[in-house]
Ligand binder design. Sequence first.
Ligand code: SF4
Ligand code: SF4
Ligand code: FES
Length: 972
Amino acid sequence: MARIEIDGQSYDVPDGSNLLSACLALGLDLPYFCWHPALGSAGACRQCAVIQYKDAEDRRGKLVMACMTPVADGVRVSLNAEYAQKFRSDNIELLMTNHPHDCPVCEEGGECHLQDMTVMTGHTSRRYRGLKRTHNNQDLGPFINHEMNRCIACYRCVRFYDEYAGGKDLQVLGMHNNVYFGRFEDGALENEFSGNLVEVCPTGVFTDKTFSAHYVRKWDLQSAPSVCVHCGLGCNTAPGERYGELRRIINRYNSEINGYFLCDRGRFGYGFVNSHERIRKPQLKDYPDISADAAESYFRKLLKGSNPAIGIGSPRASLEANFALRMLVGEENFFLGLDDTEHTLLNAIAEMMLDGGIHSPSLREVEQADAVLILGEDVTHSAPRLALSLRQAARQASFELAGSLHVLPWQDAAVRNLEQQALTPVYIASICATRLDDIATNTYRGSPEDIARLGFAIAHHLDQSAPAPAALGDAEQALAASIADGLKQAKRPLIVSGTGCASLAVIQAAYNVAKALPSVNKQLTFTVPECNSLGLAIIGGLPLAQAFERIGNGLADSMIILENDLYRRAPGRNVDLFLQLANHIVAIDSLENKTTAHAELVLPASTFAESEGTLVNNEGRAQRYFPVYPVEEPVRGSWQWLTCVMGSAVDVSSEKPSPEGEGWVRGNQNKEESLFRSPHPSLIMPDSPVRHPAGECKSAPGGFVPEGEGADTPQSTPSNSIDNSQWQHHDALTAACASAFPDLAGITQAAPGADYTVKGSKIPRQPHRYSGRTAMHANINVSEPSQPHDDETPFAFTMEGNTEQVPPALLPVIWAPGWNSNQAINKFQQEIGGSLRGEDTGVRLIEAAGTLPWFCDIPPEFIPVPGRWRIMPLPHIFGSEELSLHSPALLERLPPFCVLLNPLDAEKLGIDSGDLVEISSLAGVAILNVPVQIENTFPSGLLGITAGLPVFQAMKSWAEVSLKKVNREGRL
Ligand code: SF4
Ligand code: SF4
Ligand code: FES
């Protein structure tokens, strides 16, 4: 620590920090623009001026920029010196000469750093009367608005976009007083992190275009802490809602995961919540309009079948929902709902994480790696925010060189100069070119087998006891030796792999490399495809293929499908048959899909924005998300639908009803007249907009049971004969899940429970300036309606209450007096850019323990079969994830409809880029007229397709295909 003096007061501040960040950490208000905690100091805006004195005798001092001034023992400065204050006020007046002062119509208004800093400096009167410089704005695509006239030339945007995120298409153009921040021509910003410009720009130049479409002021947004559901990293988000519509997603700071930045899928993929494809009411075949109570009764009756129902879980549903389903149907009837390959891969990853003895890093730790091997992943597409962290890891060597030269890490320009002399070794072995290739020391392209063989060879070079692949080529041997050498010299080497190339051998090779590394600080991280993939794997369950067998063999006749479109998991014809053979299908989901279309009973589920739950990210960190706003009945949380029917305590051994006899067989074959004849009272839709507390289930009254109580060991509970009314509240369900699975024991610590209060009050979701609470319902009632109650979380749907001193996991909005923009986060951090006070959100469930033997199953070299191509699904940030595919903005950024082909393969077929091919499975099923894109480094014998796109669902199971060129009219 260094002792410094600020305006006559002594303070201890971290040595080596800059004066601006030290002042902010002390809670002092000093205005700034160009400095950003993640980007360092540029000294461009001149806004953070202070007076620095040589010693106690110096009365005059000199003007310095606080962001460029290192703190050290004895530094004496004044923020309040008259000259410093006048300089800051004059500076902002100059910056504002060209600013349009259009705050009333600017979407940044109310959360604008420029507004805050202008007020802070006391610049209240506009004197400039001359003409303003004006610019043309650009169409930057579906995510970002551009209003260049608001620019104050702080350079943050290009520093983030080009230097931090590796973008190439946003530049500073022009000169002098006429600089322009934009693209060389109109067009969508190409970088996958472009949305962060909205938060990085301190003014309203870059704003969220998806928010514009249904804009409200920040203070009118209701919010709650949330977790991104669009990949397995678990970035923290702050969704905002008004009038029952999700309006936007912004970053929620978590120093261990996303820090200050999200990817564009996470920020702009929220549109599915408002989608017209949302399931808003229960649907029973031939009875389109039934109430929640009627649906619940029907669901309960259906569970009385002579065979036990099977349950199919989901990696995009919470731990609690999956656990509730597993309890409802019994462990022996619970299936994970993953395709066979993914099931195998996730089990392997879970085993390596739990028992492999190698540390799984947070994204903050990833950024500090000093050598990286990426094996088989195009990280930007499979786990986008991880790619941004890896890009920072590539700079570690320059930070270390800077340290040896006494250059401080926040001196951005100086450190970036050193990057020319020192870059962290990053090795990338992948199927095709990746978006991180520009930071790679070496790249290698090959089939999954070839990538795995390279990995096994690296492990063998590191540790001779590791198995070596047979007959590896000289070039691969040399590459493996050089990579092994680079990794061996690192203090914090990191191995990255995952499910992206769908190969168990690649994952096993990655583990062998990590195991073989000599460093005690070695790290191994895996990408997983969905927000709770790892949590589901830890819960465990049977493969989906066995569910198909169970139904096919007549051993089960009913199934409950939880938030899972099986057509994304298995070949369509298999799923068709499976669904046809089941007598009763209950689907619980939030969006219509092909599976819900086949269900006899569809129960409308709330999304992440309307419900609570716990997710486990790829690091093994459990995090809780909370409902941002209440949904109207009959929509309920999946866990609520499942726990409601648990309370019915049906014992199948004593009561074996015949479905037909009960009159509730599927469809219109045998209708249950007494229950569903209109206008039966149970069909009347409730008009109250309250959240449905599970405790109000008709058949299962039950009070809240404190955590830990009543949490039976679930495995011992027979299916369909349980009385789980003690789990009518989410906290109790979480506690039961925690006690059932030792590896999930920590999940109750992910966030405080529903009984948490601040000074006796729940935490308000609405900011204290929230407006129009009466007027917004004036078309119904002019008196203010009472707000819905929330018994499941520590939050209230109100603006009354206290947000001071709430733990980070429960911070609904970031705001501090005088700090209305996201920069207010400074006031919540222990040190600027570090952890939040009270520690960041989430609890790590897994710490390195145990060890696994070497994996020895090394695949042979991949040799293409003439005339055959192996289908290779490739993840894409916009297109491969199920939920964001329902978001209009993302649909505009889908990858082109085409397949990737090696140039030699194309030549043999006489094909050029853009030509059409017919793709045929070995069974003779064909997809016609698919455009080809020739990719120079794509391996011969593979055919690349974008994973997850509906058009390619049919090809999911086609291991090999043949290709024929067709002419432009689609003829062979
Ligand atoms: S566009 Fe925004 S971030 Fe970029 S220089 Fe202008 S004010 Fe700064
Ligand atoms: S990286 Fe993944 S978790 Fe993070 S914002 Fe993007 S999609 Fe969401
Ligand atoms: S913040 Fe210090 S010069 Fe811009």
